[in-house]
Write a new protein. Sequence first.
Length: 248
Amino acid sequence: MDSLSISVASGMRARLESLDLLANNLANATTTGYKSDREFYSLYSSSEASADALQVPEGADTLPVVESHWTDLSQGVLRPTGNSLDLALDGSGFFTVKGPNGNLFTRNGAFQLSPDGTLVTTDGYAVLASDGKPIRSTAGDPLEITPDGAVNQQGKLLGRIMPVSFPTRSALNKQGSNYFNHADASAKPAASSARVYQGRLEDSNAGAAEGAIRLVGIMRQFEMLQRAAKIGAEMDRQAVEQVAKVTS
């Protein structure tokens, strides 16, 4: 395969990976607390090129690739809802909830009360207080939650929601359903300075308008690469025809 075809194929593959990420972001543009995924581009240098550059077609030794994916943890807009069980974090941090296989972390504060009065997520995972225990109400009266995370009912402190943060993005992995799990055991979660606001929810940071613009850009890049592939195929065809004429 010639260097043009190799470069075009690598570029098209990278754009397809970007398109997959972008499609998922757009699908979650209205998901509460969703954090968008981004791609990090780099150049792949083949081991063959470093061993003997003369044996590798020019331009095929370094190819464009999506080296890694990363999650944009920037804060979305805090939207008032009027629901006293809706909570939003202003600042860096996550709510801690009790998942089926250990603690999970989320920015989605659309909570509710279970039949036994426990504050839970829409999936039924208990929201944990700073002492690691679920927060349970003892009566039918509304909960009052202060910016420092204190959960009160009828003047009684039920617990304190303590947002946690991590030193690096690599300490967290997306698990699905808007949850993160602890990926790096050595990177312990620490108390966050984020403020807790009652009656608000955090919108997704994957803007639909920005996503649409990026989608157009990626599609145009892919179209240009397709044209380059056609040009390369036509050049190869003409080269074969010319060689056939010379040798006949």
